[in-house]
Ligand binder design. Structure first.
Ligand code: FEO
Length: 406
C-alpha cells in the first residue's frame, strides 16, 4: 500500500483521510472556483471505523492517507452518511479491499447505495436517534433528510463530542488547511454562503428543523466536521447561526441587479436602476451575466432582499443567460424577495413581460411594473429606470423596517 500521503490528526485517535480536488470547477452546475475537498475520517479504537469515502478517482489518495496510520484491512466498520458519489464513489472498491464487518447507513442510504452499485451488500441500517456501540466507540445517528439527499444523516461520536455532518455546514474550498481558524473569516463566509445558496437553500425548512433538533439534543460538541471544506473547531456558533439566518431569508436592505445586454442599452438601464436603489439607501451588487456565473448570482441573491433583472428582447424572448439563471434560481426556491424587471427591445419587446412572469413563478413579489425601452434609452427613459430602482429600494426599506432589519 502506498504510504506517500499523510493523514491529518483532528482529535485523539481521529484522522482526516480525505482527498483534495484542487482542479474541479464544475460541480453539477456550481462554479467551484476554489476546488473542493472530499473529507473522509478514520476513527481508531478496538474496531477501527471509516466515516464516508471519497469520489472514485480519489480512492488511492484516501487509501494512502489511511495507510499512513493504519493498515486499511484493519478497518472493521464503515459509516456511510450519504450516498452521493462524491462520498460513496470509492466505496465499492474500498469494501472489496478492506472487507469490513459492517457498513452503517440510513434506510434511504441503503436504498440509494443499492441503486448506485447494484450489489448484494446488506448494510446495517441505523434508525434516527439510534445509539450504536462499535467496539469501544459509541455513535449516535441523526437522520437529516434532504441535507442534502433523502438519505443524509449525521454521526455523533460520544466522548470527544465530534459531530460528523456530511454535506451540512460544508463548503467547496480546497486548501492546505483543515480547520476554520486557519482560514480568513471573509473567505469562509463567502464559500459557506455559496454552498448554502447553491446546495441547501431549497431545503431551508429542513435546516431549521435540524437546528431545533440539535438544540433539543444538547450534544456536547467540540467540532462540527463536514465532508467538504474545513472542520469547525473554533466558530461552531458562527456557522450554526449563519445557517439559521440563511434558512429564514429575512429581507435585507441589499439588492442584486443582474442583467445581460446586446448593445449596452440594458447595461446602462441596469446602472440607472442600481443608482435608484443606492439613492434609496440600498446596498447593491450589479452583476453582468456575460462575466458572472449563475452560482455566484445565487449567492448574492441569498444575501439580498431585492432582485432586479434586466434582459434585451431576443427573438421574441429573453436572453439565454437570463433563462438559464432564472430557471436555476427557481429550483433553489429563494424566499421573501421583492423584484423588478427592465430591458431594451427593437420591436416585439416581450422580454420584460417574460421576466416578470418568471419572477412570479419564483414567488418574487413585483415592487413596480417593469420598464422597457425601444433601442437606446434617452434621458427620460434613464430617469424611469432610476425611479424603478428607487421604488424597489423604498419597498425594500419598508419590508426591512417591518421585520426590524437594519
Ligand atoms: Fe457532497 Fe450531496 O454530496
Amino acid at each position: 500500500m502506498d504510504r506517500a500521503l499523510e493523514a491529518t490528526p483532528i482529535a485523539d485517535g481521529v484522522y482526516w483521510v480525505g482527498a483534495l480536488d484542487w482542479g474541479i470547477r464544475n460541480f453539477h452546475g456550481y462554479l467551484t472556483s476554489r476546488g473542493t475537498t472530499y473529507n473522509a475520517y478514520l476513527v481508531l479504537g478496538d474496531e477501527p471505523i471509516l466515516i464516508d469515502t471519497v469520489k472514485a478517482p480519489f480512492k488511492d489518495e484516501m487509501m494512502s492517507r489511511i495507510a499512513s496510520v493504519l493498515e486499511p484491512g484493519r478497518i472493521r466498520h464503515v459509516i456511510s452518511n450519504h450516498a452521493e458519489l462524491d462520498h460513496s464513489g470509492a466505496l465499492p472498491e474500498v469494501l472489496r479491499t478492506i472487507r469490513p464487518d459492517s457498513v452503517l447507513t440510513s434506510t434511504m442510504g441503503a436504498r440509494a447505495l443499492k441503486d448506485h452499485f447494484h450489489w448484494d451488500l446488506e448494510p446495517r441500517v441505523v434508525k434516527d436517534g439510534e445509539r450504536v456501540e462499535l467496539g469501544n466507540k459509541v455513535f449516535q445517528f441523526i437522520h437529516a433528510p434532504m441535507l442534502h439527499w433523502p438519505d443524509s444523516m449525521l454521526a455523533y461520536l460520544e466522548g470527544p463530542g465530534l459531530l460528523f455532518t456530511n454535506d451540512a455546514f460544508g463548503m467547496h474550498l480546497c486548501s492546505s488547511q483543515r480547520f476554520d481558524d486557519q482560514l480568513s473569516r471573509s473567505l469562509l463566509e463567502y464559500e459557506a454562503a455559496k454552498y448554502y445558496a447553491n446546495i441547501l437553500l431549497p431545503y431551508s425548512g429542513r435546516v431549521q428543523k435540524l437546528g431545533e433538533r440539535l438544540s433539543r439534543l444538547r450534544l456536547p460538541t467540540s467540532m462540527i466536521i463536514p465532508d467538504h471544506g474545513p472542520i469547525w473547531r473554533k466558530d461552531m456558533d458562527w456557522i450554526t447561526r449563519r445557517y439559521l439566518l440563511w434558512a429564514a431569508q429575512v429581507p435585507t436592505p441589499k439588492a442584486t441587479v443582474v442583467f445581460d445586454t446586446m448593445w449596452q442599452s440594458t447595461a446602462v438601464m441596469a446602472q440607472a436602476v442600481g443608482d435608484g436603489l443606492m439613492g434609496a439607501g440600498i446596498d447593491i451588487e450589479l452583476l453582468p451575466l456575460d462575466s458572472v456565473h449563475r452560482s455566484d448570482v445565487a449567492t448574492k441573491v441569498l444575501l439580498s432582499g431585492g432582485l432586479a433583472v434586466g434582459s434585451p428582447t431576443l427573438n421574441n424572448s429573453i436572453y439565454p443567460s437570463l433563462a438559464d439563471l432564472l430557471f436555476y434560481l427557481r429550483g433553489l426556491q429563494p424566499k421573501n424577495l421583492l423584484g423588478i424587471a427592465f430591458g431594451s427591445y427593437g420591436w416585439g419587446g416581450q422580454a420584460v413581460g417574460i421576466l416578470e412572469k418568471l419572477l412570479g413563478e419564483m414567488s418574487v413579489e413585483l415592487a413596480a411594473p417593469g420598464v422597457r425601452v425601444r433601442h437606446v434609452p434617452d434621458a427620460r427613459a434613464m430617469q424611469q429606470c432610476r425611479a424603478l430602482g428607487a421604488r424597489l429600494g423604498e419597498r425594500l426599506m419598508e419590508e426591512c423596517n417591518q421585520v426590524g432589519q437594519p
